[in-house]
Structure formats: C-alpha cells, structure tokens
Design a protein around this ligand. Structure first.
Ligand code: UTP
Length: 287
C-alpha cells in the first residue's frame, strides 16, 4: 500500500533545550535559519508524502503560523516584492497538506503518534522526529518507504553509535544484512554494552503499518511514565517482519544545543555567502 501520510510529533517539552523552549517550540529552533520542522516536512515532501499530521501541544500556535501562507508577514513581503525570501516556506506549504492534532499533555512520543490515529486512518504511515536532522544524500524516509513497500512491516532508521552511548539508546537486533538494509528480530531499549545486540541505534525515522496504533494502545507507560514509540514497535516486531535502514547521510541531534550548533556550522560551511567567513572564524578560534 502506498505511504501517503507522515506523522511529525512536536509536542514535547524540550527540557534539554531550556530556557529558549520555555517560550519557543523546539521544532521552530533553526539550523542556521531554517526551523527543524521545515526540514522534516521538506524530507517528507521529497519522499512523495501528501499529508502531514503534525502533533502539537496546546501552546504551539507558532508552528501553524510558520506554515501559514496567508499570514500578515507573508502578505507584507508580497506587497514589498520580497516574497522570494519566504518562497521556500510557501512552496512547501502548498505541496503538502498539514493537519494539526493536539496532544494535551506530553505523555511520550508513542502517545503523540497515537493521538494522530484518527487523522491517519487505516493506512501505513511515516513518522519523523524532527530533532533528528539528517544531511546529505537522498530523502531517508523516501528510501524507507520503498523498503516498506517490499516488506509491509515496520522499517526503522538506524545509525551506528559509539559503544559508550549504547546504554542511552534503542538498539536493533539484526539477523541478516543486504547492504544498508538489515532484517531485524527485535528492538532493545537502553541495553548494557555487553547485552547490546548491535551498535545500530534507532533514529527518529520510521515507516509503520497501521497496526502500530493497536500496538500503542496496548503499550503501558515505560521509563519516565511515558508511552514510548519504541515499545509499541518492539511489540509489533513479534508478529511483523521488521527491517532497519542504515541511512548514508550525516545525523545531527538538534534536540540538544551542541548538536544544533554543529548542524548550523555544517550548514554555514555549505553556504556560498558565509562559508569563508565562518571557516576563517573557526580557524581563528582554534589558534
Ligand atoms: P524528545 O524526547 O526528544 O523530546 O522527543 P522532548 O521530550 O521534547 O525533549 P526533552 O527530552 O524534554 O529535552 C522526540 C520528539 O517527540 C516529540 C518531541 O516534541 C520531539 O519532536 N514528543 C515527545 C511529543 O510530541 N510528545 C511527547 O509527549 C514527547
């Protein structure tokens, strides 16, 4: 079945990025000048997704304003003949339909996906956690959708993680490999280094069959009292063929300031209008 919809949860508290997230949704924090939510929607659109279900908290009107092509700012720029400055946003907003659903309390990323159940309906879905920014190469979620079309089971984005970070991650258990694609038998949350079935850590990209909703409904709150998407997927893997995709791009965890800064520097070094200036600055600092 074709994957037409993507769920993007943005309703978390973003405590690791306080104080700014006290007033600004984490999804609107920019990699240089572009909010991470824009990058996630762009990745979904590049994969042919037609409909994004955005899971927001009750105080995140700013996210809808960002994608609103008829906002005061958009109209003013148009009047001034400067609409090109925000064309990237308006083009994107016209390419995909965005529906907003509210998660009243941050009860976990699995709970956030569950509140999108009605908006998605009985069809497969892509899930993108916007903090995980992937640079370079093709649309990661696009390749994962192709894999889903062959397997019909959960497809999980993974990246190799340094050994010392394994106890903080979800790690997949591969049984065989074909290039970047692994058949997997399960998913272990926060294993010890000795018990970890691999060094392939789960990244915020998933393509899931509609049965994920029933699995999440049966999932009890886990660590921190939250309902975790990983627990719902682990349950699904008992009955469905699971696959992991080790994507080729570079991963940035923009949910923490250091990761966001690295992503911004990387982006600046790719921009013709500032690359020399930033490179010279970094060299100065290093001396
Ligand atoms: P994180 O666990 O990284 O985000 O969730 P968080 O809880 O906002 O951050 P910290 O740990 O307090 O710093 C990954 C994604 O899932 C969303 C977040 O907004 C983020 O995009 N999320 C998380 C929800 O939508 N609802 C939740 O209840 C939890």
């Amino acid at each position: 079945m074709n994957v037409r919809k993507a769920v993007i949860p943005t309703a978390g508290l973003g405590t690791r990025f306080l104080p700014v997230t006290k007033a600004v949704p984490k999804a609107l924090l920019p990699v240089l000048d572009t909010p991470v939510i824009h990058l996630a929607v762009e990745e979904a659109a590049a994969a042919g997704i037609q409909h994004v279900v955005m899971v927001v908290s009750p105080h995140q009107e700013a996210i809808a304003s960002y994608f609103d092509v008829s906002s005061d700012v958009a109209r003013m720029l148009e009047r001034q003949g400067r609409a090109a400055l925000i064309e990237r946003v308006s083009d994107l907003a016209r390419t995909v339909e965005i529906t907003y659903v509210q998660q009243r309390e941050p009860l976990g990323n699995g709970h956030a996906v569950l509140v999108a159940k009605e908006a998605v309906g009985n069809e497969p879905l892509a899930v993108l956690l916007p903090d995980d920014v992937i640079r370079g190469g093709e649309s990661t979620i696009g390749r994962m959708i192709e894999i889903y079309q062959e397997t019909g089971g959960p497809v999980i984005g993974v990246a190799e993680t340094p050994e010392e970070t394994i106890p903080q991650k979800g790690v997949v258990a591969p049984t065989s490999r074909n290039g970047r694609v692994y058949e997997i038998s399960g998913l272990v949350e926060k294993p010890s280094i000795e018990e970890a079935p691999s060094n392939l850590a789960v990244v915020g990209r998933y393509v899931l069959p509609p049965e994920i909703f029933a699995a999440l409904e049966r999932t009890s709150p886990g660590a921190g009292g939250e309902i975790w998407l990983a627990d719902g997927i682990a349950a699904l893997l008992k009955t469905h063929r699971g696959t992991a995709y080790r994507f080729p791009g570079e991963l940035f965890d923009t949910g923490v300031p250091a990761g966001m800064l690295k992503a911004s520097i990387r982006e600046a070094l790719d921009r013709d209008d500032m690359s020399d200036e930033i490179q010279a600055y970094i060299q100065d600092l290093a001396q």
